[in-house]
Design a protein around this ligand. Structure first.
Ligand code: LLP
Length: 423
């Protein structure tokens, strides 16, 4: 459920009229609904409440939407954060996420990032290689600290999602192959600066089938038993994120959080650990839209092109993954058309929808790409020297620009002329 509805003929985000918002801020612009973020967090937290030792941690995957106001909204609900870079760590801390609710994942953490996590006093590092264990042990030792780690394993399970967002197969770069987990644990336990307290897995994103997750959790349970048999104390298991969201109103939705929660309850019965979850898309996906204005319509040989002012640089998912985003007219007429929706960027891949049956629009109209709150603005670029898309957050009748549009002058200010090119 989300808080984007048509009221009095105009699409609203909560109490805010998106036509008026677009007139004030300009387009393209991302619009987030705070009430939707809160609701999604609460629904997920309720679905996993009481599991494991009864004190699960829901650590929002900051990569899905690291905007400070998004992180602060979730932090106020009690969310932690899963971060994968010093930048995300800085954002989570600045947004008010307590350090003891932050887990640090990622295959290529650098020394300065490990240092930043140690300095902040985060809950744990999810280590993804034997080499990282050595790096972290050395950094922690020189800081005179002992740090908690979970060994992220690669369970060798096919997540049955898009290849570019599958992370738990044998050919993926993530985690330590599960067959080497015991050795990795022993390696970590040999360092006084490391305290191996748990295991972790994340097999992919936008999952619509719970079976691969249940299979993974079964393998984690078996591994936990083996590790305990070897004398290790396993206090936490991080089950990752990955639960999919509905992108298409005309297709069945992925399993609901309560169904996921029931599966986790089954799979983790008697584990006696603190469970950690890292949902990203599930919290933020349907809490955001990308508003865009139609520039013009153009007839090709066989296609009708709707050229809009948003482009692949603003919302990369359709061109990168062939992803589908439903398209709504901000002032729907009830009429439909078949059109190919494209942006102004000079690439044929700059296509949001191909021969889509969609609301009829014409030059000057506003449209919204739905389910754009996760992996939207954060993956934006300034390709073709386009402005960096701004972000707005709505709460009830209030709204605020929570990330400013960066225009050509802002970006040129960061370039310099090489001295030999000064006249
Ligand atoms: N934990 C880890 C270690 C992850 O790598 C990810 C996502 C998550 C949690 C959150 O997964 P979620 O709950 O959001 O599915 N840009 C792609 C998605 C990449 C996901 C990368 N990792 C997209 O737009 O579909």
């Amino acid at each position: 459920m989300n808080h984007f509805d048509t009221r009095s003929g105009v699409l609203h985000a909560e109490g805010v009229d998106l036509e008026q918002l677009a007139a004030s801020v300009g387009t393209p612009v991302y619009v987030y609904s705070a009430a939707t973020l809160e609701r999604h967090y609460q629904v997920f937290a309720a679905a996993v409440a009481g599991l494991g030792d009864g004190n699960p941690l829901v650590a929002f995957a900051a990569k899905a939407n690291p905007n400070l106001s998004v992180l602060a909204t979730l932090a106020r609900c009690g969310a932690g954060a899963d971060v994968v870079s010093a930048g995300e760590l800085a954002r989570a801390l600045a947004a008010g996420v307590p350090a003891n609710r932050i887990v640090f994942s990622g295959v290529g953490k650098q020394v300065f990032e490990l240092q930043a996590g140690i300095d902040a006093g985060i809950l744990q590092f999810n280590v993804e290689s034997e080499a990282e264990i050595e790096m972290l042990a050395a950094v922690a030792a020189s800081a005179g600290k002992q740090v908690d780690i979970a060994v992220r394993v690669n369970p060798g399970v096919d997540a049955k999602t898009h290849a570019k967002i599958s992370t738990g197969g044998d050919d993926n770069k993530f985690g330590i192959p599960i067959a080497r987990a015991e050795a990795a644990f022993a390696q970590a336990a040999a360092h006084a600066s490391l305290n191996p307290v748990g295991i972790a897995a994340h097999i992919g994103s936008q999952l619509s089938d719970l079976d691969p997750l249940e299979e993974t959790f079964g393998r984690l349970g078996a591994l936990m038993g083996r590790l305990r048999g070897l004398g290790h104390i396993i206090e936490r298991v991080d089950l990752g994120g990955g639960l999919g969201v509905p992108y298409r109103a005309d297709l069945p939705a992925p399993p609901l959080p309560e169904v996921y929660g029931a599966m986790v309850a089954r799979a983790t019965k008697r584990w006696d650990v603190r469970l950690i979850f890292e949902p990203g898309r599930l919290i933020a996906g349907n809490a955001g839209v990308l508003l865009s204005r139609v520039i013009l319509l153009k007839q090709g040989v066989a296609k009708t092109f709707v050229v809009v002012d948003a482009a692949m640089n603003d919302l990369l998912r359709p061109s990168m993954y062939g992803a589908w985003h439903d398209i709504a007219a901000v002032r729907p007429t009830g009429e439909q058309m078949t059109a190919t929706v494209v942006g102004p960027v000079c690439e044929s891949g700059d296509t949001f929808a191909d021969d889509r049956d969609m609301p009829r629009v014409t030059g000057g109209d506003l449209i919204a790409f739905l389910t754009a709150g996760a992996y939207g603005a954060t993956m934006a670029s300034t390709y073709n020297s386009r402005d960096l898309v701004p972000e707005v957050m709505v709460s009830g009748d209030r709204w605020a620009v929570v990330s400013a549009r960066r225009v050509a002058a802002d970006m040129m200010a960061l370039d310099t002329r090489a001295p030999w090119l000064e006249t």
